[in-house]
Design a binder for this molecule. Structure first.
Ligand SMILES: [Zn+2]
Ligand SMILES: [Zn+2]
Length: 374
């Protein structure tokens, strides 16, 4: 009898829950138009001994003149496939400060937990923001406390950051509002560099890039950066529905995915700026990255003509970076991300030689590559 009663109760509960699950008059959900929490994979190969990380070291929030809350910046970066970011609100410009109770460390504090949850490395940073050039604007990264860095005098401000072990970037050196005629190197930066108070330059910022700044980085051994300087929500500025669209990104070649390794890589200059379809940086790093990205597969066909043997083979791009290859006759091959083209070459050829038209190793120098044909 007891058995029958409990069976009946279970049956009633089951019927109730099925009915409940089928249609609850009090609460129904529909996720049809909800954006799933998905991370886009950015496929870029590692190079010898280093992991290729994707970073953006120049981001604003509502705690300066941005329009986004700090933890949302972390999720935007995670969704876009980034591994490391720095929130760098202006020290000297907070147009929303009447509406916030904050100091210069608040944005970092509000983003930290999200960064831990999403495995995004969050570098503590700030933007030292002086009007004219020089001095201009600088990002101080890997700082402990942004508050004592604020100072009317730019040099004292940078000095306070450097005392905390900061890495200093000269931001947007060709920004027209600061440099209307020309993008120019000033003695001020030579002095900073000589005092170990300048470590890198943004060769790309937002929708601008400054080829001449790449020459400065190469000549003066400064680290190259491609940063977004994003103020708006990221998908209001970039069409991220396009699989290959991305903000300006700094590629970092780090020993592993850790704060310490990122810091070491920046101080040792192991970065490439990736802006639109352009990559820019040191020849050795670009050469390694392009070689790791492009492979020539074994020839699938051979034909003989006038004593020559012609091979047909697939040239394959395994990365999300497109490559525009120019041969010695000026013919161009566009090797789109994650795709292949067929190339025809004489079997006697030891290597296929191309100039990579979108890989800059100087303002007017493109990377040249040799892809072994055997
Ligand atoms: Zn700025
Ligand atoms: Zn900025």
């Amino acid at each position: 009898m007891i058995y029958k009663q409990s069976l009946l109760t279970a049956l009633l509960l089951l019927l109730f829950s099925v009915a409940h699950g089928q249609f609850d008059l009090n609460h129904q959900t529909n996720n049809l138009f909800i954006k799933p929490q998905v991370r886009q994979q950015i496929l870029i190969p590692d190079i010898s001994g280093y992991k290729t990380l994707k970073g953006d070291f120049h981001i604003h929030t509502i705690f300066s003149d941005g329009s986004v809350w700090p933890n949302v910046r972390v999720e935007e970066a995670w969704r876009e496939g980034l591994d490391v970011i720095a929130i760098t609100d202006h020290l000297e410009y907070q147009p929303h400060k009447d509406y916030t109770v904050s100091d210069h460390n608040t944005a970092y504090q509000l983003a930290q937990r999200k960064a831990e949850e999403m495995n995004v490395i969050l570098v503590k940073g700030t933007e030292i923001t002086k009007g004219e050039v020089p001095p201009g604007h600088f990002n101080a990264l890997f700082i402990d406390d942004a508050n004592p860095i604020e100072n009317k005098d730019a040099s004292l401000s940078i000095e306070a950051a450097v005392k905390q072990g900061a890495f200093i970037i000269w931001n947007h050196p060709g920004w027209k509002r600061q440099q209307p005629d020309t993008t120019k190197w000033w003695d001020y930066y030579t002095t900073l560099k000589s005092k170990n108070m300048l470590h890198g330059i943004e060769v790309a910022n937002s929708n601008e890039w400054y080829p001449v700044a790449l020459d400065w980085c190469i000549d003066k051994e400064l680290t190259v950066f491609g940063n977004s300087d994003i103020h708006a929500p990221i998908n209001l500025k970039y069409d991220l529905s396009n699989r290959h669209a991305h903000r300006p990104i700094t590629l970092i070649f780090a020993r592993d995915k850790s704060m310490q390794s990122v810091k070491e890589a920046l101080f040792e200059g192991r970065t490439i700026a990736w802006y639109g379809n352009i990559i820019a940086g040191k020849e050795s790093l670009l050469s390694e990255l392009v070689s790791a990205s492009i492979e020539l597969k074994t020839a699938f066909r051979e034909t003989k003509k006038k004593g020559n043997t012609w091979c047909y083979a697939e040239l394959n791009n395994t990365s999300d970076i497109p490559f525009v290859l120019q041969d010695k006759d000026g013919n161009e091959i566009v090797l789109k991300p994650l795709s292949s083209v067929i190339v025809k070459f004489d079997k006697k050829t030891a290597a296929l030689n191309y100039k990579v038209m979108n890989a800059f190793i100087g303002s007017e120098r493109r990377l040249e590559i040799n892809i072994p044909s055997l």
